[in-house]
Design a protein. Structure first.
Length: 608
């Protein structure tokens, strides 16, 4: 059952006025805040698409005008369904980013449920954009009234960049146009002419949408593991890694042209010939920073076969001390020894590692006979796992699929639990570059740091919670796509990476702060250990710790200075901003109060 969102605008009443902030920080209750008549006039300029949000959990609150037991039952049943969550503006995929301090609308999955449903950090008003003109009008209104804009597509964001209290939301989720061009020439750009097999998608298209559409044209796309990710948004503007990474590169490697609205409200088509600096910045330097994307045009590929090896097992260890887990040490050492060979041969992988269990999915998309190739490449590692007395094999299955679509359907039982949403999640991470694999001594150092990290987390959180800190090895890097021409602005460390390593934690919304903070501290303790010996300090900006202290260098590498200069050129007034993105204004900006110790939740319009 779809929860309808309110389309009305309601009079401002009894609004608490926060302290006056910096430019673009006009708040409800201040003299600068638009009157109801001004909001109504603005609504006409966006064809009536100005909305007030309904929070996903609001039908479960008796004090809410949306209270409905039947709808609440549906919400609770679908709470962990990413497709369901993305249909409403009043939610994010990871629930801590809906809350602002103690203000939230959690429906009581962890009792007790709060007495009231609050907007938390969800924008109190948003434009449900369908046309480029909606975006231009929203930018103009925000600039006129000194209001910060917050862009949102699906809300799939580990750093909370899709929500900010008391901003004007700009939702691109329903801009879902898709076109396949068997031949394509970029606008006024001979260098990008006569291209074959180009996909053109609107800003709101998700991986789920695109996989189905392009499969109908016999094509596959460079998507990630989670189908609810909007591939033209932060994914396609930051890096965009996935199972085709070792063979085709990142999503940003596929980009040939963008249609964007710049901060002056102008619709522009940009490519390597037209506004090449802006095109370069948006091709890896992060979303919500330089311009608002309207259309993403990118290379797609003829469907190929997909071979997989899915392995599940438990581990027997004589000690709870992870550093003494000799079985896990042997497994990680063997995998590390083989990793460069696997990656060079196009094998991608998603590995979930706990001291007591292993789940590996190795993937080879290729023409010919990829199943035989994958079996040969993984034979020695498989033999170790299958015959080790300390490993209890639950399942070990090789399969081949005829297409990308068949692969995702066939491996749904793996991806669904490993891309869980409707939870609060944190993913402190590091990109592990190839130099860490170049000798037995370096491999030993790497493996020891992983085990020491897990042990640090266990000590930090205690035995009862230690199983909640997982190691994820995402083997999806563009190692075989060097970008020697520096055509993209994504962190250069990606090109030398074999593992995107994450210490991940998740907990139910409403979990006591003491427990949530303890889990977070465990993951951070673990990543502090893993990063200590690394010569390259880098992390994927979309899957990292919001508290990363050296974020400019860790997220953007050597390109941060150039990206900041481009940001200042195209958005000199900082109309666009997001948390620890290029041009980030700092924690003192009221836009980011919900991250700090003095949170100011969104002020909700009163209902009639």
């Amino acid at each position: 059952m779809h929860i309808r969102e309110s389309k009305g605008l309601f009079a401002l009443a009894s609004l608490v006025a926060p302290a006056v902030g910096l430019s673009f920080n006009c708040q409800p209750g201040q003299a600068c805040w638009p009157s109801l008549q001004q909001w109504d006039a603005f609504n006409k300029t966006v064809s009536g698409r100005l909305r007030t949000p309904v929070m996903l959990g609001s039908p479960c609150f008796p004090s809410s005008p949306d209270y409905n037991k039947d709808v609440c039952t549906d919400v609770l049943e679908q709470y962990g369904n990413g497709t369901f969550r993305e249909t409403t503006f009043g939610s994010t995929q990871f629930t801590q980013w809906e809350a602002c301090g103690a203000e939230n609308c959690y429906p009581g999955l962890v009792p007790p449920q709060g007495s009231t449903c609050s907007l938390g950090r969800i924008s109190p008003l948003y434009v449900d954009a369908l046309e480029p003109s909606d975006i231009s009008a929203t930018i103009a209104f925000a600039k006129k009234h000194n209001i910060r804009i917050m862009l949102k597509n699906t809300g799939h964001d580990y750093l909370g960049r899709s929500a900010a209290a008391n901003t004007l939301g700009l939702r691109t989720h329903n801009m879902k146009n898709m076109t396949f061009a068997s031949s394509f020439s970029a606008k006024n750009c001979s260098a990008a002419s006569k291209k074959k097999n180009i996909g053109i998608i609107g800003a709101g298209v998700t991986a789920e949408d695109a996989i189905a559409f392009f499969n109908n044209h016999g094509m596959m796309i460079t998507m990630g593991a989670c189908h609810t990710v909007g591939i033209a948004g932060g994914y396609g503007q930051s890096a965009g890694h996935g199972p085709l990474g070792p063979s085709k590169g990142l999503m940003v490697d596929q980009a040939v042209e963008f249609d964007v609205i710049t901060a002056d409200g102008v619709l522009r088509t940009i490519n390597e010939c037209n506004e090449p600096d802006l095109f370069w910045a948006m091709r890896g330097g992060g979303g919500q920073s330089y311009a608002v994307l309207v259309n993403y045009k990118f290379q797609v590929y003829p469907q190929t076969k997909w071979a997989t090896w899915l392995f599940n097992a438990t581990i027997t260890s004589p000690s709870s001390n992870v550093t003494e887990n000799t079985v896990l040490r042997e497994v990680l050492t063997a995998m590390s020894t083989d990793q460069e060979t696997w990656t060079k041969n196009g094998v991608a992988g998603y590995n979930n590692i706990l001291p007591e269990s292993l789940t590996f999915l190795e993937i080879l998309p290729a023409d010919g006979d990829p199943l035989t190739t994958l079996k040969e490449l993984t034979a020695s590692f498989n033999t170790l796992l299958s015959n080790h007395p300390g490993i209890n094999v639950i399942s070990s299955t090789y399969q081949q699929f005829d297409s990308e679509t068949d692969f995702f359907i066939g491996q749904n039982t793996f991806y669904t639990p490993n891309t869980a949403v409707g939870l609060s999640s944190a993913v402190p991470s590091r990109l592990i570059t190839v130099d860490n694999f170049e000798s037995p001594e370096k491999i030993d150092t790497l493996v020891s740091s992983i085990l020491n990290g897990l042990e640090a987390a266990r000590v930090q959180v205690g035995e009862a919670l230690s199983s909640g800190v997982n190691v994820f090895l995402l083997k999806t890097s563009p190692f075989n796509t060097p970008d020697s021409a520096n055509a993209t602005s994504t962190n250069p460390a990606w090109r030398k990476t074999l593992w995107h390593l994450v210490y991940g934690v998740s907990y139910e919304p409403g979990t006591p702060d003491s427990t949530a903070n303890l889990m977070m501290s465990g993951a951070r303790a673990a990543i502090d250990v893993i990063k200590a010996p690394l010569s390259v300090q880098a992390a994927y900006m979309n899957e990292a710790d919001p508290a990363e202290p050296d974020w400019q260098n860790v997220f953007f590498g050597e390109y941060y200075g150039k990206l900041l200069a481009i940001k200042k050129k195209w958005d000199p007034d900082t109309v666009l901003n997001c948390y620890k993105c290029v041009g980030y204004l700092g924690d003192h900006d009221p836009m980011y109060s919900c991250y700090g110790n003095n949170p100011k939740a969104s002020v909700q319009y009163p209902f009639n």
